[in-house]
Design a protein. Structure first.
Length: 196
């Protein structure tokens, strides 16, 4: 395989990664195109959602709805959807591993998978990436309170809980920030090249 969209050697990994090493809009588009071209056409009923950050490519596709008898309970529907997702996971395992290996070699990122069926979503694999941060005492007290209350097991777990809470409660605002950032990247890409 070629050197990938980052040129020879790919993006710098590990210690000392800086914000400018996050994939650009153009790089995310290239990765998404590769994923859409590489996945078998019969896996999902629509184009999968491809999420990309500095460390991971997460591919989540929608499976066909389960036909249940009229009057089936919500619990029966959830069981059927989970079974369909589990079947997809098992039936595609070997091929998903091969695709992930190819993508990891091409883009130097971990590949994770998930599937949706009806209202059910399951992520089979997902990278857990350490994020270093420095917190002052009042911020550490928030984390320690969550631990003391039994909400979290550790400061790391408490910090993850806080991030998930913001993502859930401020979903619209976070989406607006992402859209604004994508627009900035598009405008930046149309500007003059630093080489000339």
């Amino acid at each position: 395989m070629g050197p990938g969209p980052w040129g020879p050697g790919g993006p710098r990994r590990g210690r000392g990664r800086r914000a400018e090493e996050r994939p650009t809009g153009e790089q995310r588009a290239r990765i998404t195109a590769w994923v859409l071209g590489r996945l078998p056409s019969g896996w999902f009923i629509e184009a999968p959602q491809v999420s990309i950050d500095a460390d991971e490519i997460l591919i989540v596709g929608r499976l066909g709805a389960v036909e249940l008898p009229a009057g089936a309970s919500a619990e029966d529907r959830a069981t059927a959807e989970s079974a369909r997702i589990g079947g997809h996971r098992e039936d595609t395992r070997d091929q998903r591993v091969r695709i992930a290996q190819e993508a990891e070699q091409e883009f130097n990122k971990v590949v994770s998978w998930g599937a949706r069926c009806g209202d059910s979503l399951e992520v089979f694999t997902s990278a857990s990436v350490p994020v270093m941060t420095r917190l002052r005492m009042p911020e550490r007290h928030v984390l320690d309170t969550l631990i003391d209350a039994g909400v979290a097991r550790s400061r790391s777990d408490a910090l993850g809980w806080c991030v998930r809470l913001v993502a859930k409660n401020e979903e619209t605002w976070i989406s607006e920030l992402r859209e604004a950032f994508a627009h900035v990247e598009d405008v930046r890409a149309k500007g003059p090249s630093p080489e000339g």
